[in-house]
Design a protein around this ligand. Structure first.
Ligand SMILES: [Cu+2]
Length: 103
């Protein structure tokens, strides 16, 4: 299961596991309800999962850019547990940071 807490940038997650819990299919639904652009920067997380729609990320596959009012979904398969810190590259100074937890 992936959990996260954010303020102006809302992340919702849905995780599906098979019966053995060996493969997790996940979704991060990111919604920008604010007036500023946000950059969900999580290179370790995006590297650790198998992305189903990598085209939603930047070319380097390190971040998800959300303009004001924008909503994007990232589909992935998570193959190993871990804790993956993320920041908003624009607002990490203001505490816009968190951790993706794959259990
Ligand atoms: Cu931000």
């Amino acid at each position: 299961m992936v959990t996260s807490v954010f303020t102006a940038l809302v992340l919702s997650t849905v995780m599906l596991a098979d019966s053995s819990n060996a493969v997790l299919v996940g979704l991060v639904a990111a919604e920008n309800h604010g007036k500023d652009m946000h950059e969900l920067t999580a290179p370790a997380f995006f590297e650790a999962v198998e992305l189903k729609n990598p085209e939603v990320l930047n070319p380097e596959r390190t971040e998800l850019v959300l303009q004001a009012g924008e909503q994007k979904d990232v589909y992935f398969t998570a193959k190993r547990a871990g804790r993956y810190p993320y920041i908003c590259a624009d607002h990490d100074w203001a505490g816009m940071t968190g951790v993706m937890v794959v259990e």
